[in-house]
Design a protein around this ligand. Structure first.
Ligand code: NAP
Length: 247
């Protein structure tokens, strides 16, 4: 795959989907900035893995819910490399509970981690990438933002917001040469879904036309395409990667 730009920031890349996105993009020759909040050792392991396979990687700590920290991280990258070409807003959390038992605090925590952090990243990239009039951003959303899910009113609202916001950013930024797209994964094998009971997993699998959970690499491939030159005429798109669960 071809990439005009040379570096990328992946938020929440210490594990799960983010870690795989970092490895996949490094495999295409991009210098990858691995963001983490608390998993310093895990982030270092990902960096070592990338470097051992001949890729380029650096680590950047920031809580992406904190505007000052997140913007400072982007500025550090631009100061070090002279630019930021690509951003993947991947960091996210769940705090599941049926709505009647969900506190406003649990609702707001998930909105802040998934939606507000993505707004901060999209806004900052508009500023820094706008100067070069080049950039591509992929927001990691979720199938739950498209179809809802019991126990996840906070998560569904946050990801539905990411989808709508991605389209609005795409329209605002197109004239500056910056593209914004989102990927909506279905159920993917990571720590986030590891907690599900076997019978719940089996029930979900019954409803997935491809009859299995996805792998992080299947999300990373879609992200690589949307960042790359091969999707140069695509912006404001919400790409489903869900095994056919929601079409
Ligand atoms: P995961 O295994 O739980 O990993 C989440 C990552 O996000 C971790 O690296 C975590 O870092 C980081 N993170 C969380 N809050 C952060 C913050 N405030 N600042 C910086 N980093 C933060 O989750 P995952 O399954 O890979 O999910 C990745 C993305 O895909 C999320 O946006 C999720 O909503 C989305 N998604 C996942 C699935 C799925 O089935 N797994 C499906 C649809 C969408 P720490 O370790 O430091 O907390």
């Amino acid at each position: 795959m071809n990439f005009t730009g040379s570096n990328v920031l992946v938020t929440g890349a210490s594990r799960g989907i983010g870690a795989q996105i970092a490895k996949t993009l490094a495999g295409y020759g991009l210098k990858v900035w691995i963001n983490y909040r608390s998993g310093a050792e895990a982030a270092q392991k990902i960096q070592e893995e990338i470097e051992a396979s001949g890729g380029k990687a650096a680590i950047i700590k920031a809580d992406v819910t904190n505007e000052e920290e997140f913007v400072a991280a982007i500025k550090t990258i631009v100061d070090a490399d002279g630019e930021l070409s690509y951003l993947v807003n991947n960091a996210g959390i769940t705090k599941d509970k049926l709505a009647l038992r969900m506190s406003v605090e649990d609702f707001n925590d998930v909105i802040s981690a998934n939606l507000t952090s993505t707004f901060i990243g999209c806004k900052a990239s508009l500023k820094f990438m706008g100067k070069k009039r080049f950039g591509s951003i992929v927001n990691i959303s979720s199938i739950v933002g498209e179809m809802g899910n019991p126990g996840q009113t906070n998560y569904a609202a946050s990801k539905g917001g990411v989808n709508a916001m991605t389209k609005a950013f795409a329209k605002e930024a197109a004239a500056r040469g910056i593209r914004y797209n989102a990927v909506t994964p279905g159920f993917i094998q990571t720590d986030m879904t590891h907690e599900l009971k076997d019978e719940v997993k089996a029930e979900y699998e019954k409803n997935i036309p491809l009859s299995r959970f996805g792998n992080p690499s299947e999300i990373a491939d879609a992200v690589a395409f949307l960042l790359s030159d091969h999707s140069s005429y695509i912006t404001g798109e919400i790409l489903k990667v869900n095994g056919g669960l929601y079409v």
